[in-house]
Design a protein around this ligand. Structure first.
Ligand SMILES: [Zn+2]
Length: 213
């Protein structure tokens, strides 16, 4: 069945759309393997979290995020999470205890039908052999961070937007916080504040892509 499906709908490169062999777990073509914009190690910036991302938010990576997020390409989560899990092992000093994600609001979830960050978190947790906790809640809708140009505005936009609804899951633990794109770090920051207030010991931020630096 799987083989027939591969024939009818061959898997395509998540970054450029070219057909790739069905046994390529990263679903990435040979050109993109070498050309997708990679990052170099984790960043701390002024966040309380050590943040890492395998990619810069540009070119084919932007395409992949757009398709995962707005075009229903939920099947992209698995190959993309392979890059994220590898990045986590490379960038963080220890493997965390539990994986959580920066959720969309309940309204956005109803509208979209799925939460792309949750999908990335599920796949990354499975690859790393870590438990996943539905620990955060976005309590209000905020304009997308990408629509705001100023860092202060982004901080204000995200402030207080997340609460930890399952403190038991994170108390005393090292938490791997997953989101799709890191813009200014304001979302990771706000989620980390909520997790730390609930007793999390360390928070590592991992996104698929990082915008600008
Ligand atoms: Zn490609």
């Amino acid at each position: 069945m799987r083989k027939l499906l591969d024939l009818l709908f061959p898997p395509r490169c998540v970054f450029c759309g070219k057909i790739v062999p069905p046994d390529e777990p990263r679903q990435t073509c040979r050109d993109c393997i070498n050309t997708v914009p990679r990052t170099f190690g984790p960043v701390r910036g002024d966040d309380p979290v050590l943040a890492a991302a395998p990619f810069m938010y540009a070119g084919g990576v932007r395409r992949a995020v757009h398709r995962l997020k707005f075009r229903g390409k939920t099947s992209y989560a698995k190959p993309l999470a392979l890059y994220m899990a590898t990045e986590a092992i490379r960038s963080f000093p220890n493997l965390p205890d539990v994986v959580v994600w920066a959720p969309v609001s309940a309204g956005r979830l109803r509208q979209r039908g799925y939460d792309q960050s949750r999908l990335l978190a599920e796949e990354t947790a499975a690859l790393l052999g870590l438990p996943l906790a539905d620990a955060l809640e976005k309590t209000r809708e905020t304009p997308p961070q990408s629509t705001l140009t100023d860092k202060t505005e982004r901080r204000r936009n995200a402030r207080g937007a997340y609460v930890c609804r399952d403190p038991e899951a994170v108390r005393g633990k090292s938490v791997l916080l997953i989101d799709d794109v890191r813009t200014s770090g304001a979302t990771l920051h706000e989620c980390a504040v909520a997790l730390t207030a609930a007793g999390a010991e360390t928070v590592y931020g991992l996104t698929l892509a990082a915008a600008g630096k």
